[in-house]
Design a binder for this molecule. Sequence first.
Ligand SMILES: Nc1nc2c(ncn2[C@@H]2O[C@H](COP(=O)(O)OP(=O)(O)OP(=O)(O)O)[C@@H](O)[C@H]2O)c(=O)[nH]1
Ligand SMILES: [Mg+2]
Length: 230
Amino acid sequence: MTGDTGLKLAVIIPALNEEEAIGRVVRAIPPLASQVIVVDNGSTDRTAEKAREAGAHVVREERKGYGYACLRGMKEVGDADVIVFLDGDYSDFPEEMGLLIGPIARGRADLVIGSRIRGRRERGALPPQALVANILFSLALRLLYGLRVTDIGPFRAIRADRLFSLNMKEGTYGWTLEMMIKAARRKQRVVEVPVSYRRRIGRSKVSGSIRASLKAAARMMYTISRYIAW
Ligand SMILES: Nc1nc2c(ncn2[C@@H]2O[C@H](COP(=O)(O)OP(=O)(O)OP(=O)(O)O)[C@@H](O)[C@H]2O)c(=O)[nH]1
Ligand SMILES: [Mg+2]
């Protein structure tokens, strides 16, 4: 429960080979959360074991992809009012979760995005290409839908009923953008708050590699072209 707000909170953490980070991520989640779900996305290391040791409910998704992992996590959610998404690499600060839930608890938002652009960033945590890509995609959302956002950050909170109504489909890197586009199209209230961001623990899978970054950007471009059409 989110303390005095009385909202029931579930946290979903997609994780692929994050054995060094996942325990710390789970342990840093404030006691607000009534359900912590780690989705092990076919890890070949001890991610699942470490997450379980830290107290998370662990499920496995064999289809590789950030979106598939998030979709699998949604199936595990009980009767939550709010769902928070968080990366498993310890880049986000789980203790800042209250910042994301605040606008929902006050009845002012349906979806709250944590902006790493507006927040405090450790040097090198968001490499230049990731910084530019996130700013550009945010700008596209601003121009297309008037969303006042500066980042397409993974650390976010959404009202559970709203999320389930979006009929999410993207299996990979389009997931975060799809959620924002669909929320905007359905006139949900999208709000942004600054969040802190630090260098990940463990080896970078996306933003540290040009190839993986290009792949992610391509998928995000495809997502924009696909979902703005309907
Ligand atoms: N890259 C990737 N991450 C996945 C996948 N499934 C789950 N994840 C998790 O999704 C989160 C985000 O992925 P990251 O690899 O941190 O992506 P990023 O933050 O853009 O880039 P880096 O931190 O530099 O690797 C992490 O918790 C991953 O463990 C997948 O198929 N691919
Ligand atoms: Mg990361």
